[in-house]
Ligand binder design. Sequence first.
Ligand SMILES: [Zn+2]
Length: 313
Amino acid sequence: MAFQYNHYYEIYNSSSGTYVNLNGDHENNVVNNGEKVTVYARTNNPDQRWALERYGSDNQVRIVLQRGGGWYALNYNTENTNCIVWHLNSAADKDTVITLEPAVSFGGVYRLKLAQRNLYLTVVGSSLKWMAFTNEKDQIFSFVEPGANPGSATGNGLSLRCPVSYSGISTKFVDGGHRGVDYIASKGTPVYAATSGRVIRVYSWQGSTNEAAVDSIGNAVFLEHFDSKGNTCGMTCYYHLREAPTSLISADQYVAEGDLIGYVGNTGKVVAINGDGSHLHFEVKTGTYFNNSTVQELYHSGIWVNPLNYITH
Ligand SMILES: [Zn+2]
């Protein structure tokens, strides 16, 4: 999770460099139902501090602002599709329920989807509207600690968690040699996404591909990761999995950091590290484009880097 529930954030759109802002002056703490929400430069005013209130399933929230009269939630104006606030009362108002899609997500970048209407919060000039999906960066927001640097809060480089619980490292990264890190773990140990991203490919190992390097990977998962502006910045690769985890994930799906993406195994060519050879070979690559036309192309795409230099938590 790149955010916490019931915690104040500024909601930042990097393409415009602006923050979600309740329009107008509320120094007297009076907010009226239906007031328009816009974007504005950072003000350090409470009108830019929003809390994510969990509502329903995971990643479903109400985005709320606390002012003198209580709590106000982002809402939908049926007449003009503007983003407005409405007093949050106990009755369920479906037009306040927002699904946070870690769509082009790296370290806390989301699309805010109005679940009921299948519309996305969109920056239009200084206005905020609920609009159809565009795949544009004006629909991408990040949650920033009040006053913090939005770049550092959302990450401009890969910041990974360790993908597996392990008993030791049998082989480290060697530039030009062993291209990942081998975590010793018994067969069936869960493997987790090292950070949020998109599933590029779930590879089901079928034995020979006429290329020794690719033959060695076994069942594998490849994830693509994005920077705070939604641009591709890296890939993580998980090899020798017990089986191709098609029951857990599939290509083009988005995963959050820590999502279960497979189990440790010993498929492919493995050396006897753990009695039966079970371990996770974990690779990290940097790059802005990963060729997915074949698993061989994907395997060779990008620049191998030492995973241990990117694991921060
Ligand atoms: Zn290895």
